[in-house]
Write a protein that binds this ligand. Sequence first.
Ligand SMILES: Cc1cc2nc3c(=O)[nH]c(=O)nc-3n(C[C@H](O)[C@H](O)[C@H](O)COP(=O)(O)O)c2cc1C
Length: 182
Amino acid sequence: MTNPVLETIRTRRIARALTGEPIAREAFEEVLKAARWAPSAGNRRLHRFIAIQDPLTLRLLRMVTPGMFQRPAAIVVICIDRAKAASFGMRPNAKGLFVDVGTAAQTMLLAAHSLGLGSGVVTSFSQAAVSAVLNMPEGLSPEMFICLGHATPTQPPGMPARGQVTWQTLTQWERFPKSSTG
Ligand SMILES: Cc1cc2nc3c(=O)[nH]c(=O)nc-3n(C[C@H](O)[C@H](O)[C@H](O)COP(=O)(O)O)c2cc1C
């Protein structure tokens, strides 16, 4: 079975080599608009997105991000608004806070891919350094970068999957069988 959404999901891959060509502001805004529609625990919207295209800021972020192999034309920093989360009585490690980072991230990756942009996820960075570079207010924590740009035609090899991964190996139908000893 196929349709444009399934095709976008299947063909999106992390782009770790980008051309250096800037991305259009309109496309960047579409990616941010898409994130607004990501599912959010309790519909609380406890995230802030910092949208960056300034070359100097991009360079500074790259310097404090060992996990960033690409040179992005734009970055969205997905932040948790911890002050707002605390005002809802949420614990700092409440599951929904981090799940919401993931739903926003995947929504942006798919939106970017649908617009013909290359995109990548990066979490390997110094939160303190990123906060300092971006003059972030107390109460916001940077959790993930979405790197955007134009993918080069050939990409470095991705990270190898460990073992054979198919949808079937990831799925258990119904219940697990009772163990014979149980
Ligand atoms: C939580 C999370 C953190 C990640 N951190 C990084 C990272 O720091 N650097 C990087 O190059 N890719 C990072 N990735 C991308 C994964 O390596 C990538 O999704 C995986 O290898 C599968 O590749 P694909 O998305 O192209 O199928 C991250 C992905 C997730 C979900």
